[in-house]
Write a new protein. Structure first.
Length: 312
């Protein structure tokens, strides 16, 4: 019996060894095409831009290595710093105004009233228009003599304004256009946050006799804060790189009063053909976007940590 069992065990072991072993799954055939696309579309352009930024290269002339000369030149370029200041002012205003108005619109459209769905559809229509069409319409509205905005102001006794034709009012006027177009986006994001809030906290607040402001301050606002940060980041990235509407309405004017980094970069690259210096501006511009996004993420992290500590 012992010899039979030994032979049986040997036979089973031999059969197991004769079976082909399963190969580990290989995912590289699926990953490599994606890596090639990312490298060709994202990585290579940025590496090439970095390489051009350390070269002195004007189209039609010989290319020479310049090291950090282009970046040193930025430090003394008044027009660059002016465009950076315009970009920061425009970005702050174009983020804060849609956040406030979009949140207010979301609170209004979250309520139940007749025709709410239709009015929501009308409210989001500015998002669907093309930037050039928006710029043409608002340019006519901004006209000092024939524009409808000054006509509406005259009805309430306010004198006509210069709007985009005066250095002091051109950036606020452009922010008005940006706010009109992108407030619906913030409204949709905040509406999603309001829809995710359970009804129990509101019922408890009403039982305790809380006012509408107290309900918003202690229940609604803390619960939609993550959605506000998402909307702020989307708006910040979009506003800091805004080009089409500004260029179509003012082309950076009057003078250079509304020239942002994007417009200055376009002018250096396609008017003066200084590709090396324009590449240095692009690198600094990309670093600015990263810094602003990191600041928002840091604020979001601190806010979330504060909420956790308060809950504990």
């Amino acid at each position: 019996m012992a010899s039979v069992s030994i032979e049986t065990a040997r036979t089973e072991t031999g059969n197991k060894r004769s079976k082909p072993s399963r190969l580990a799954p290989n995912y590289w055939p699926f990953v490599v095409p994606a890596l090639i696309v990312i490298g060709a579309v994202i990585v290579f352009p940025w590496v090439f831009t970095l390489w051009m930024s350390v070269n002195s290269w004007t189209l039609g002339q010989a290319q020479t290595f310049a090291g950090l000369d282009n970046y040193i030149r930025l430090a003394t370029d008044f027009r660059f710093w002016e465009s950076l200041w315009h970009t920061l002012i425009f970005t702050v205003l174009a983020v804060v105004a849609p956040l406030f108005l979009g949140t207010l619109a979301a609170l209004i459209f979250d309520a139940q009233f007749p025709g709410r769905g239709f009015l929501r559809g009308v409210f989001v229509m500015p998002m669907m228009a093309t930037p050039v069409a928006i710029a043409l319409v608002w340019t006519m509205m901004f006209h000092p003599q024939l524009g409808v905005l000054n006509y509406l102001l005259s009805l309430v006794g306010i004198p006509p304004q210069a709007w985009v034709f005066h250095p002091a009012s051109v950036i606020p006027s452009l922010v008005l256009v940006e706010t009109w177009q992108w407030t619906p986006l913030v409204m949709l994001i905040v509406l999603g946050g309001l829809a995710a809030i359970p009804a129990e906290p509101y019922e408890s607040a009403l039982i305790d006799g809380a006012s509408l402001w107290q309900v918003f301050r202690y229940i609604t606002f803390p619960l939609i804060t993550p959605f506000l940060f998402i909307a702020a980041m989307i708006r910040m990235i979009d506003a800091v790189k805004s080009f089409d509407i500004i260029y179509a309405i003012t082309q950076g004017g009057p003078g250079s009063a509304s020239e942002t980094i994007n417009l200055y970069l376009y002018s250096v690259a396609f008017t003066y053909y200084d590709v090396g210096y324009a590449s240095a501006i692009a690198v600094v511009f990309f670093a600015l976007i990263i810094v602003l996004a990191a600041m928002l993420l840091y604020l979001r992290h601190r806010t979330q940590w504060s909420e956790i500590q308060a809950g504990a």
